[in-house]
Design a binder for this molecule. Structure first.
Ligand code: NI
Length: 268
């Protein structure tokens, strides 16, 4: 090889190295985007968070007392799906609802985002295809009882019947009996706990979407409070909730968040 050719080869190798290093640097800087409020590592695991659900016994959704029987605070190991990323779970109660749930599922599919739905038994008939779609598209399906009643005001038998009826309706469609339950209004007690063999999932951020019914206001409210490990309460029965949810996904994804289903937040 002539001297000039050798120099050319060396120049090419040097150029390739520079490109490789630049690529690595870009990847690293993308990975460690120092955005959001969570700069001190993952927050504590959130499963049991008191607050209000849609309706008259609405709480403030800002944490507060944990329900009786809930586990004590744990020190988080930081081991979550996507290791090193911030995780958040979007949850949708009170559906399915034909228009809103369909729009939401379309938006989630386009973004490759998985969420958790807590279904109300009385809304399932006629919407079986939506339940099937949730399941097929990788979302987690939980139980929100049959009707939107305050379970603590009902007899234990009635509550268990309503839960079981809804659970069986879901199982009929998906083949799986739901393992997670969210009681309407977050109203739950120890007595019900021992009768129902499901994990109760409340929330740590209340979007108040049912009250605000305004995309921007809902988005602002969630972004103000959200942090790693949060479970966000929403309802897929209002168009503004769906619009807000999709915007939240886009915004938090840019801030380095990963969206997971609630069961993934529980894996420690
Ligand atoms: Ni509800």
């Amino acid at each position: 090889m002539k001297m000039m050719d050798k120099l050319r080869v060396l120049a090419l190798i040097a150029a390739a190295d520079i490109l490789l290093i630049a690529g690595l640097w870009w990847t690293i800087t993308q990975w460690y985007q120092p955005e959001g409020r969570e700069t001190n590592g993952p927050a504590g695991q959130v499963l049991w968070a008191a607050g209000g659900d849609q309706g008259p016994v609405d709480g403030n959704g800002q944490g507060g007392a944990r329900p009786a029987g809930s586990p004590a605070d744990e020190t988080d190991s930081g081991q979550r799906p996507g290791d090193g990323t911030k995780c958040v779970a979007l949850t949708f109660d009170d559906g399915p609802q034909r228009e809103c749930t369909t729009d939401l599922l379309d938006g989630l599919k386009a973004r490759g985002t998985k969420v958790t739905f807590f279904l109300m038994g009385q809304n399932i008939p006629g919407n079986e295809d939506l339940v099937k779609r949730m399941y097929d598209e990788g979302h987690l399906i939980g139980n929100h009882s049959y009707r939107h009643i305050q379970l603590t005001k009902e007899g234990t038998d009635a509550v268990c019947d309503a839960m079981d009826k809804t659970g069986k309706m879901i199982q009929e469609i998906t083949g799986e009996y739901p393992q997670y339950l969210r009681p309407p209004y977050g109203a739950w007690n120890d007595d019900l706990e021992c009768r129902v063999d499901m994990t109760t999932v409340l929330w740590s951020v209340d979007s108040l979407d049912w009250k605000l019914q305004n995309r921007q206001k809902i988005v602002r409210r969630i972004l103000k409070d959200v942090k790693d490990g949060d479970i966000i309460l929403m309802h897929d029965i209002f168009p503004t909730s769906v619009e807000a949810a999709l915007e939240i996904i886009d915004t938090l994804t840019r801030q380095g968040y990963t969206f997971v289903t609630v069961d993934e937040l529980l894996i420690d």
